[in-house]
Design a protein. Structure first.
Length: 119
């Protein structure tokens, strides 16, 4: 199983970035895909999630209206479009894949990609 994030970098406040997470080694379309982030000295928090079976999305309140999560089942890839970035969005962003079955489940993480919002 692999989750490979890309697209992070340095951006000025108000700018945009698009993160990608390429998945392999599992049935991508059956999983809920999420983006989490972790800033220095803080706990990892959910940014957004999408159910690949139905495309239902969920966002943390502070990201609503600025971030958009989407998935491409044909490419086994999930994206996070981030607009109107703020310095407080600076963090390592992690891709997560989760499957919950009857009495079992799977949970995978990517290695993370750094996003720095600074002038």
């Amino acid at each position: 199983v692999q989750l490979v994030e890309s697209g992070g970098g340095l951006v000025q406040p108000g700018g945009s970035l698009r993160l990608s997470c390429a998945a392999s080694g599992f049935t991508f379309s059956s999983y809920t895909m999420s983006w989490f982030r972790q800033a220095p000295g803080k706990e990892r928090e959910l940014v957004a999630s999408i159910t690949n079976t139905g495309g239902r999305t969920n966002y943390a309140d502070s990201m609503k209206g600025r971030f958009t999560i989407s998935g491409d089942n044909a490419k086994n890839t999930v994206y996070l479009q981030m607009n109107s970035l703020k310095p407080e969005d600076t963090a390592v962003y992690y891709c997560n894949a989760k499957f919950i079955g009857l009495g079992y489940g799977y949970n995978y993480w990517g290695q993370g990609t750094q996003v720095t919002v600074s002038s």
